[in-house]
Design a protein around this ligand. Structure first.
Ligand SMILES: [Cu+2]
Length: 265
């Protein structure tokens, strides 16, 4: 029994060392293109570091038991019952409870208020309305209403006021690692600052995507996102204002345009 414990423990330590090295040095983590997303990115790393020893313990015990104890005969009865509390289950309980508590504090209690904290004086307010199956974006400070693309200036704080016209949707920008529900009859808000320029054309993660199953074309409910310089943003706003003056649209044609335009489905 003691020999088995030492051998399985050694296998666990070796697998944990390999796993932690991979977790630290292999760059498979999502990269956030907005400030608040960096908290998510960091939380992702911490959770992977914590998960590695838990995962490798299960694998070590499984592999070791298989190699040492397997038999070609089909077992006809159960093994001897395990009795008593023992120091190993107690240690397991203490360690996993401590890990859970640590995660609840960080990233849990520390990061969540930061991620969902409001920005009292945002540089830009953006209103977003979801409907089956597209998004309408308005810029109330700039008289730009109901466009089907999201254009943001880089390094400026933005507050999104989000709602839904019909059913539950979820406003998700994968490139920002941020997501929040769009609820009919209610406004949810999220504030963030895009930190890198880019657009959907070169980075498919820069899109507003619905992340709440909302009907037949749920997976197609997406519009492109561009993060641009201040000058490009000003030029874009001007262009939108000009387009609205030239051709005022009824709500219906606007919705139809949005469905057929934006990103090809
Ligand atoms: Cu939806």
């Amino acid at each position: 029994m003691k020999r088995d414990l030492v051998a399985a423990g050694a296998l666990w330590l070796i697998l944990t060392a390999i796993g932690e090295l991979l977790a630290v040095f292999v760059d498979f983590y999502p990269l956030a293109k907005a400030d608040k997303g960096e908290d998510i990115e960091h939380a992702f790393r911490v959770l992977v570091y914590f998960a590695v020893p838990v995962f490798t313990m299960v694998v070590a015990v499984l592999v070791y038991s298989f190699l040492r104890q397997h038999t070609t005969e089909f077992p006809t009865d159960d093994g001897p019952p395990l009795q008593g509390r023992g120091s190993i289950p107690l240690a397991w309980f203490v360690i996993t409870s401590a890990l859970t508590l640590a995660i609840a504090i960080y990233p849990g209690l520390v990061s969540i208020p930061n991620i969902f904290g409001d920005e009292p004086n945002p540089d830009l307010v953006v209103e977003v309305e979801g409907m089956q199956w597209t998004w309408f974006v308005s810029y109330p400070q700039h008289d730009v209403a109901r466009v089907s693309e999201l254009v943001l200036p880089v390094d400026r704080t933005v507050r999104f006021n989000i709602t839904s016209r019909d059913v539950l949707h979820s406003f998700w920008i994968p490139g920002f690692l941020m997501k929040i529900d769009a609820v009919p009859g209610r406004t949810t808000t999220i504030s963030l600052k895009p930190t890198k320029t880019g657009s959907y054309q070169t980075d498919p993660n820069l899109r507003v995507q619905c992340a709440e199953l909302c009907g037949l074309f749920h997976s197609k409910m997406r519009i492109p996102v561009s993060v641009v310089s201040d000058e490009e943003f000003a030029a874009w706003l001007e262009e939108q204002a000009g387009a609205a003056d030239a051709a005022p649209l009824s709500e219906e044609t606007e919705a139809a345009d949005a469905l057929s335009g934006g990103i090809e489905r």
